[in-house]
Design a protein around this ligand. Structure first.
Ligand code: ATP
Length: 432
């Protein structure tokens, strides 16, 4: 489909369904697209928000030890100097001597240029910084440089002191944030798996240094609970203990949670012990104390940090891949998205059996209004015959189709068809 390299049949089927049914489109598509960007359509935005809201509820709203923030994407350039991103947030890049295509060095495993096929003809790797640089204000000089944030985490660290001063939390406590992050990836690939603009959901959980293992373990269990809540089959999720040499410069322990995507086993999210690296940097660079003062005592220390870091796109791609199902109904192939009900972008589709019978349409409209008021995510669907409607609703993962027929006019009951079993039941409207 696009310039993004999509590697297998199931993935192709998902990408094509996502586009056809209004989940995800290539960014700037009418203008020929912009590599590494994707847009969410009417169903995609609902699915994405359902995931993000579930995360927020589970990790922020329902907990006593968590605080939410929403920091600015543009930050003082000193943030990225102190965090090490200005110097070290880079990937090794090589250039093909033949076609001048540029690639991440570690992505050239066969020695062949992925674009022109020429063998073993690459430049020496150079370090390519992945932050998008910009200028703030009308003067473009060194002092006005800023970056689109490459992670949301720094917006949490810069607000650590503010949250303590406003709320005086007991330790351990955490701050959560959701929002856009930007990385000028050398080779965006695999649909929404590696993009240049994406969304993160991150938590910095502040602990006493000697207690880090306890909190790390707690978050590890919570990550598993989250995977279950979004409907990922346990056997498709794997922990990968990242070895010393591969860990980010700030981390003393990292577990990558990987998922068996159609493209292979890849990182879904990360859980890292980030020590006091970031608060220590802020303290050193600003001269301001990042000490946590234990209430009623003289005990003071810079907390250490456990960081569960979730990618929204990678979660969404895992949810889509896990939900994508093919089966056979009466000898006919069927495709459906088996979303958990609470994530489905449409919960109920309502239709009149025949759309040219005004009495059925009027009754069905009544049922539609009733459900819409109660559940919000309800769709009116009277296009084509009933079989076509079921197929369309299956493809977008609607758990229930409600049909109003002539009997409804007498018995005030409707037929409800279940997406997964295709079974139909008669239910009184008052019990919907
Ligand atoms: P990778 O090794 O795949 O580049 P990373 O280890 O650099 O990822 P982190 O810096 O740990 O990623 O970012 C945390 C999370 O943000 C990742 O687990 C992933 O879910 C998400 N993420 C990172 N980069 C991208 C990207 N380019 N596109 C989509 N999601 C991303």
């Amino acid at each position: 489909m696009s310039n993004e390299n999509i590697r297998n049949e199931k993935m192709e089927a998902i990408v094509s369904l996502a586009k056809r049914r209004g989940f995800i489109y290539q960014g700037s598509e009418v203008y020929g697209g912009l590599s590494g960007t994707w847009d969410y359509g009417p169903l995609g935005v609902r699915l994405k928000r359902n995931i993000m809201n579930l995360w927020w509820k589970m990790f922020v709203e329902e907990r006593d030890d968590m605080y939410g923030v929403d920091a600015a994407i543009l930050m003082n350039q000193k943030v990225w100097v102190a965090s090490g991103h200005t110097n070290t947030f880079s990937d090794p890049m090589v250039e093909c001597n033949n076609c001048h295509g540029r690639f991440r060095a570690d992505a050239i495993d066969t020695g062949k240029c992925p674009t022109c096929g020429k063998e073993n003809s690459f430049s020496e790797p150079v370090q390519f910084n992945m932050m998008f640089k910009t200028h703030v204000g009308p003067v473009e000089d060194e002092s006005s440089i800023s970056y689109l944030r490459p992670e949301t985490a720094q917006g949490i660290f810069t607000n650590y002191r503010n949250v303590i001063d406003s709320f005086h939390p007991d330790i351990p406590f955490g701050i959560g944030q959701q929002g856009k992050a930007f990385r000028n990836e050398i080779s965006p690939r695999d649909f929404i798996f590696r993009t240049r603009e994406f969304e993160q959901m991150e938590i910095e959980y502040f602990v006493k240094s000697e207690k880090w293992e306890e909190s790390f373990e707690m978050w590890r269990q919570l990550v598993w609970q989250y995977c279950e809540a979004i409907g990922l089959p346990t056997e498709l999720v794997h922990e990968f203990e990242v070895p010393d040499k591969d860990r980010a410069h700030y981390s003393k322990r990292t577990i990558d949670f990987e998922f068996d995507y159609p493209i292979g086993r890849e990182e879904l999210l990360g859980l890292a012990y980030r020590t006091d690296f970031d608060l220590g940097n802020i303290q050193r660079e600003t001269g301001k104390s990042m000490d946590y003062n234990v209430k009623g005592t003289n005990e003071k220390f810079v907390p250490h940090v456990i960081e569960p870091s979730f990618g929204v796109e990678r979660t969404l791609m895992a949810v889509l891949s896990a939900a994508y199902t093919e089966d056979e109904i009466n000898g006919e192939k069927r495709v459906f998205l088996k979303f958990p009900e609470h994530l489905a972008p449409v919960k109920y589709a309502v239709s009149p059996l025949l759309k040219n019978k005004p009495e059925l349409v009027t009754k069905a409209r009544e049922v539609y209004k009733l459900l819409k008021k109660k559940y919000g995510a309800v769709m009116w669907d009277d296009n084509g015959n009933i079989g076509k409607r079921y197929r369309r609703q299956d493809e977008i993962g609607t758990p229930y189709c409600v049909v109003v027929d002539f009997d409804t006019l007498d018995d005030n009951a409707v037929t409800i068809r279940n997406r997964d079993t295709t079974e139909q039941k008669r239910v009184a409207i008052s019990e919907l």
